[in-house]
Ligand binder design. Structure first.
Ligand code: ZN
Length: 244
């Protein structure tokens, strides 16, 4: 089985579509999608992104933006740009789309993986940004591997006997899955924050026991124009071009 691992689509249809095209055309396709949350928030196409995800065989956990869009999280916990985009997102969604988001689980176990948005300890909110925060989280999941999103930065954390080793996931880098426990972040599809504006994602091949990381460029200008026309905060469209 091949699993497409995506996180933080953030209502960016162009980036989402580019990822699907790239994995199908250049990396052997996939059988199922594992989506690590934040399907909506920030970008201009929340409904279209939900629709596209639902057309695929998928598992999805909830992110903080997904919950805020349906009133399950307090918008006051967001910065002003994120809150503004979130209020706008909530207005766009149909009842059916809201229900889809409302019932997303916080965490799912599939194969040898625990799948969450933020961290296994605090699935919705915690950012795993360092070996230090990763180390505290290894005891909060029982599977050998854990997939996280939320930071929009592709990386991995390996649990060695004493230390946790961390690494940035380079383009085309492959992680071989063995005995070592790992936490892996595929990076962000719709709003990367590692100074590389290209969409970021990963593919898990369960037969080869490998996770490969890929980047693909998309037409950022199209997404930015939509955001401008809709009156979404200028900073949110600019940052797509910077990859921050
Ligand atoms: Zn996010």
């Amino acid at each position: 089985m091949k699993y497409l691992i995506i996180a933080d689509i953030h209502s960016n249809l162009e980036a989402f579509q580019a990822v699907l095209d790239d994995v199908r055309l250049n990396h052997g396709g996939f059988d199922r999608v594992w989506c690590l949350g934040d399907v909506v928030g920030y970008g201009p196409d929340p409904s279209a992104c939900i629709k596209l995800l639902r057309e695929l065989k998928h598992i999805c956990v909830c992110g903080n933006h997904d919950l805020a869009a349906v009133g399950k999280l307090d918008i006051e916990d967001f910065n002003s740009n994120a809150a503004m985009a979130n209020l706008w997102t909530a207005e766009q969604l149909s009842e059916d789309e809201k229900e889809f988001l409302r019932i997303l689980p916080e965490s799912v176990v599939e194969d040898e993986f625990t799948i969450v948005h933020g961290s296994p300890r605090m699935p919705v909110w915690e950012y795993i940004t360092s070996a230090f925060s990763a180390a505290a989280n290894f005891k909060h999941f029982k599977t050998r591997y854990c997939l996280v999103g939320h930071t929009h930065v592709p990386c991995y954390f390996k649990q060695d006997e004493i230390l946790v080793e961390e690494g940035y996931l380079e383009e085309e880098e492959t992680l071989e899955l063995g005995e070592t426990r790992l936490m892996i972040n595929p990076g962000g599809v719709g709003q990367p924050r590692d100074r590389d504006p290209r969409a970021s994602y990963a593919v898990y091949d369960s037969e080869k026991k490998m996770i490969s990381h890929y980047r693909i460029s998309y037409d950022i200008g199209v997404t930015q124009e939509k955001m401008e026309e809709l009156g979404l905060p200028r900073f949110l469209s600019s940052r797509l071009g910077w990859g921050v």
